[in-house]
Design a protein around this ligand. Sequence first.
Ligand SMILES: Cc1cc2nc3c(=O)[nH]c(=O)nc-3n(C[C@H](O)[C@H](O)[C@H](O)COP(=O)(O)OP(=O)(O)OC[C@H]3O[C@@H](n4cnc5c(N)ncnc54)[C@H](O)[C@@H]3O)c2cc1C
Length: 507
Amino acid sequence: ISSERKRKAKGSAAEASTGKKPKPSSAHQTEEAGGWLEARVATLRRQARGFKFNHKRVSILSDVQKIKQGSQGVVYWMSRDQRVQDNWALIYAQQLAIEDKLPLHICFCLVPHFLDATFRHYAFMLKGLQEVAKECSALEIQFHLLHGSPGDTLPGFVKDWNLGAVVTDFCPLRETLQWLDDVKKGLSSDVPFFQVDAHNIVPCWVASNKQEYGARTIRGKITKLLPEFLTELPAVDQHPHSSSKTPKPIDWENTLSSLEVDRSVGEVDWAQPGTTGGFSMLESFIDQRLQYFATHRNNPNVAALSQLSPWIHFGQISAQRVVSLVQTHGKNREAVASFTEELVVRRELADNFCFYNKKYDSVQGAYEWAQKTLQDHAGDCRKPLYTCEQLEQAQTYDKLWNAAQIQVVTEGKMHGFMRMYWAKKILEWTASPEQALSIAIYLNDRYSLDGCDPNCYVGCMWSICGIHDQGWRERAVFGKVRYMNYEGCKRKFDVGQFERKYCSKKP
Ligand SMILES: Cc1cc2nc3c(=O)[nH]c(=O)nc-3n(C[C@H](O)[C@H](O)[C@H](O)COP(=O)(O)OP(=O)(O)OC[C@H]3O[C@@H](n4cnc5c(N)ncnc54)[C@H](O)[C@@H]3O)c2cc1C
């Protein structure tokens, strides 16, 4: 990847939220020139060689645990964590394969549709996977792209290649849990099936065994476990046992052009897909934006956020690696602490909610107090009322809201503070909380590169149904659910600047 592309990814991400070049940071002046991060990470990984794997990261999904006798390899079914390095599931799969002197395979099942994902998401994902495949070939790991749902494709693949164990990663969403069930049913009973939580720093099932009430109740549990889990990540090395058969060649261009997904939502140019792009964005965050994180993260006119959510969502970069690097290289303690709160506590709380609450995307999944208060106000007059189409096309009377909607449509990411305001206004302007929730989730999943994620469901449920929040002063429509308004935004930042920037970009 050319340094020009890297530079472009860094520059435009910062400009995406400020509209101007970021101020030079002191951190930037003390680090080496651009590109220092990946080299440093490679050294860290080498130093962590031989690091003991913590088996609490693994959940055994099969009755058997021993690799099938006479088999010809181990496969990591890559799903949520689409990266080679810093991936506990692949580290585990490689260890299993090495113990039995077997070849190592990775396979990815490309499903034709996933929730409201569009070409924007598929292109970002496939380009990231292309980088994965390239890295695999340098490491003697066989990468396979299977077309179809995991239940239909994976068990047959395991049988055809005579593979002796399957390792996969973890995602709490119902669609992916269903895939897991389907694969489990299809696998032969003598093939062990392991799941490794490679997304959370503290594995979801270790952090807590129940739905947590909020950040307040999970924070202590996670913090206590961090010394055990926020460890070094060893390198996935060149695999010592090669396969006698080679995978079917992948025509990436054809795969991309033949996707039958909605192409009306196109790619964005500021976010370079793949692990290299993710590291580049992380480097620019540490060098330039992190110093403003504690003080300016709620101001959408300032480049203070990491912008990392697309890469984290697709697992192209590991949250564990991100937080370790930020903690090591961040110079501003307050900024490092507030970033850790978002990336570790809030993000892992979202997985906790979706894992333990089957109704994670429904009003019925809210706390009783919130369901009651929303029900009490179900008959309140809502004026104006907008349709989903009017909202999608940013046709409200509120320029600030329209600007945020245009930001996500054109750039594939809305500023974190605006997301809260945006979703709460949808509650105010639609016929019912149920409708508000489904519109917010639909628009977020359709346009936001980091959509279709537990963070999306939790963000929308927090805004509309008060989850992980408390009751506030009762008012129309919202009841006791926290309210946000335009005047409040005006007190926090220059709303006119944000409106001017995005309203002029209306597609
Ligand atoms: C209505 C609504 C919808 C949302 N939808 C999504 C979504 O689809 N995907 C998504 O990743 N996040 C979502 N969020 C959470 C949050 O707004 C985003 O994670 C954040 O804006 C991503 O930008 P960033 O990476 O620059 O964040 P930063 O502020 O730099 O944070 C770094 C990382 O911490 C995590 N994080 C930050 N804020 C939160 C939070 N409130 N809850 C959980 N994790 C957090 C994310 O992984 C993020 O990438 C939503 C929030 C709301 C209110």
